[in-house]
Design a protein around this ligand. Structure first.
Ligand code: NAG
Ligand code: NAG
Length: 213
């Protein structure tokens, strides 16, 4: 529960001011729930003008698994990741309604583009900013979602799922503790994973103000 509270603190009150540009862009990239998002803003959540709080002021140096060649990004800063050599004009990682990750236009204010490196049970994980609905991901309604590796794909998963590896961002690559990394994207712009970890795509990160999920 503490983990969830920490995340909610990061929701910025200023994010209520989602502009028309964001909504239309979000719709065009498959975020069908944009309208309902506007009405659901901050229901039951503490308003907090500050972004990027992690609740205890401690930056994370936590690491997980045997990724000896990598560091991890300090907890707290919400990020948008841009794939180097991504789909031209659509290089930023986006979480679809079903939790899958695709390359889409870079819209830093869109919650479905945002992740937050944070610490869970001493491990570095990536909290997914957007919310999910019962129609697409009933397992992710009202749970804290992280980027997970389900054996073949990286996608949004319940941070608490016992059979899912949680993916980390080391400042360059997206990698699961077992070594699997994001390799790039397929012809449909969906993220592809190299389970051997040999060929990893490079991602550039931009720090953003978290948008209410
Ligand atoms: C923050 O870090 C300090 C020093 O590592 C540690 O003693 C303290 O317990 C940490 N606080 C929390 C809330 O994790
Ligand atoms: C892993 O995720 C992919 C992409 O959503 C999905 O097609 C596949 O069924 C998932 N595998 C498991 C074991 O859940």
């Amino acid at each position: 529960m503490k983990f969830i509270n920490v995340f909610f603190l990061a929701a910025s009150a200023s994010a209520i001011a989602i502009d028309r540009g964001h909504v239309s862009t979000a719709r065009s990239t498959g975020l069908e729930e944009a309208a309902s998002l506007l009405s659901r803003h901050h229901a039951g959540r503490p308003a907090n003008g500050q972004s990027n709080r992690n609740g205890n002021g401690n930056a994370s140096k936590a690491k997980q698994g045997g990724n000896s060649n990598t560091g991890t990004v300090a907890a707290g800063n919400t990020l948008v990741l841009k794939e180097v050599n991504g789909v031209p004009g659509n290089e930023c990682l986006t979480f679809r309604n079903n939790g899958e990750i695709v390359d889409a236009a870079c819209v830093n204010t869109a919650a479905d583009r945002q992740i937050t490196p944070t610490t869970l049970n001493g491990n570095s994980v990536l909290r997914v900013q957007r919310s999910f609905t019962a129609g697409f991901r009933p397992d992710l309604v009202d749970v804290t979602a992280c980027v997970g590796f389900n054996g073949t794909h990286f996608r949004a998963e319940d941070c608490a799922a016992s059979n899912i590896e949680l993916v980390q961002f080391d400042g360059t690559a997206l990698r699961a503790p077992s070594g699997a990394c994001a390799q790039g994207h397929d012809g449909a712009a969906q993220m592809v994973v190299d389970t051997t970890g040999a060929n990893c795509a490079t991602f550039q990160s931009t720090s953003v103000t978290p948008t209410a999920p």
